[in-house]
Design a protein around this ligand. Structure first.
Ligand code: ZN
Length: 138
């Protein structure tokens, strides 16, 4: 069995963003030389997500509005976590959008369902953050 590990780095200039990282994960898969197996992609921070969905700007706008309704950033004083920081909402948004994804690798390709793409979801940006890509297989 082969094993491959790589960290991807993101520094988003805004507080929140959704970034399609499918090309980066594809590049990792090519570099790994693995043809059959699984890839795990996870955010290495508790205020960021990795998730799979459609690369459609309307949907991303809808996510932003929905998440702001669930856990509004302002007023920051509404959260007990926000003593000396202001990112309680980011922890909650990450919880809803998820920590990681696992994708099957078949014949050297990411074995996606229709329209599936992998996204990095940032909820407390303006700093450097990591995403782990771990691939196992043959
Ligand atoms: Zn925090």
């Amino acid at each position: 069995m082969k094993s491959y590990r790589k960290e991807l780095f993101f520094e988003v200039p805004t507080r929140r963003a959704f970034i399609n990282i499918t090309p980066e994960v594809d590049a990792c898969l090519a570099e790994s030389g693995i043809l059959e197996g699984f890839v795990l992609v996870n955010a290495m921070h508790i205020t960021a997500s990795v998730f799979i969905n459609d690369d459609e700007s309307g949907l991303h706008h809808d996510y932003e509005k929905w998440l702001e309704k669930l856990a509004p950033h302002e007023p920051v004083s509404q959260y007990r976590h926000n003593v000396g920081e202001d990112n309680a909402d980011a922890h909650m948004k990450r919880q809803v959008m998820g920590r990681e994804v696992v994708v099957a690798i078949t014949n050297g390709h990411l074995d996606f369902g229709t329209w599936e793409q992998i996204f990095y979801g940032e909820f407390d940006g303006k700093r450097r953050k990591r995403v782990l890509v771990k691939i196992i297989g043959e």
